[in-house]
Design a protein around this ligand. Sequence first.
Ligand code: ADP
Length: 198
Amino acid sequence: MLRIGLTGGIGSGKSTVAGLLAARGAVVVDADRIAREVVEPGTPGLAQVVEAFGDGVLTADGALDRAALAAVVFSDPAARARLDGIVHPLVRARTAELVAAAPEGAVLVNDVPLLVETGQAGSYDLVLVVEADPEIRVRRLVGRGMSEEDARARIAAQASDEQRRAVADVVLDNSGSSEQLAGQVAGFWAEHVAPVAG
Ligand code: ADP
């Protein structure tokens, strides 16, 4: 099995790259999706979050109220650490399950937006970073329905391009067209995946 850690700042094009890799046969494990699944209604994860932060972090229909929870942990590092202490082990366990279930010889792509911020670069055979000019990322995020202010704040809160580049084995530049990105993914596959995955 080849384990690829895929990361990049918000709006860089990670999900797009994950989709292109999946189309070539990679098994994609999406960290954000797992982080949502482990606190869905009825999960032990959600019960632990409510025990730690109270009913105020639930919506009227009993789902996690992400905005309320974000407000609680935003300016309180201890609360943030407590939340991470609940969610991160659950995400790790679920990720390990999905990795174990992947077929022998699979090309496994773990899409981890905060790979650098959470110090996980060492967990992969290869770290693939997607980059794009910050102004282009803002434009694409606004195109996806985010406010410009929110887009800029989120970009500023994440690791920098330099920090991501420092752990990257391969960097894809997604400041150009979708076709150019697809060409780079094809080149990445031919150079780094096909020779080891057959
Ligand atoms: P991320 O997962 O890193 O946040 P996405 O893959 O969701 O980024 O890309 C952000 C937005 O930009 C999406 O709406 C996506 O369709 C669009 N996008 C990605 N790459 C390109 C590109 N090369 N040209 C134009 N739009 C793009």
